[in-house]
Write a protein that binds this ligand. Structure first.
Ligand SMILES: [Zn+2]
Length: 197
């Protein structure tokens, strides 16, 4: 009943976070109704994502020439103060609070068992060897989401990183229910950064 192109798009869409098969099919039908010009625009916009690079230092994606993103490449920012976040969108939310002048490490989402994945350990180790060469960090701020898993993962990160920094802190409590940094407004995040613990 469902045609092959729609079914293939459905399969691709249901890989997205929070999208189930029925919703994916509904979106696929919606996209198919947009007409040739808009569908082509959408496909081109998605294809352009393949041109992005990943910063070798913090793992943010960027479109600059060279290895570093705009934040790591900015010499006015403090390279020895590092905030560890789960997702790129968390870093963007913290940037909107406009009080942070250090850099980031994008760790990837913490797992439900709160253990660090192999990829997460690779990312942490790359940060730690960067810091080691420079005599350690001034401060590492652990800003994973304040969920039950997040708090446990934060303890593991702290164990991992504490010998490479003068100070290790976490965001202050008080993020909205669910503790998701991405959805906190800039004022709340600024408050949480100032009251780090
Ligand atoms: Zn970077």
């Amino acid at each position: 009943m469902v045609s092959e192109p729609l079914r293939r798009l459905q399969e691709a869409l249901q890989e997205l976070p929070g999208i189930g098969p029925r919703q994916a099919l509904r979106i696929a039908y919606f996209i198919s109704s947009l007409g040739k010009v808009r569908i082509t625009e959408l496909a081109r916009a998605i294809l352009r994502l393949t041109e992005l690079r990943t910063c070798t230092q913090c793992f943010l994606t960027h479109e600059r020439e060279g290895a570093f993103c705009a934040i790591c490449g900015d010499e006015t920012r403090d390279q020895l103060t590092v905030t560890i976040v789960e997702r790129e969108t968390d870093a963007l939310s913290i940037e909107k609070a406009q009080i942070y002048r250090g850099r980031y490490l994008i760790l990837g989402e913490v797992r439900r068992d709160s253990e660090l994945s192999i990829e997460q350990k690779i990312r942490l180790n790359s940060l730690l060897s960067f810091l080691k060469e420079r005599g350690g960090a001034l401060e590492i701020i652990i800003a994973v989401n304040q969920t039950m898993y997040g708090e446990l993962a934060a303890e593991r990160i702290e164990e991992y990183a504490k010998s490479h920094t003068k100070k290790i802190t976490r965001l202050g409590r008080g993020l909205p229910t669910g503790g998701e940094i991405e959805f906190a407004d800039p004022d709340t995040l600024a408050h949480s950064l100032k009251n780090r613990r």
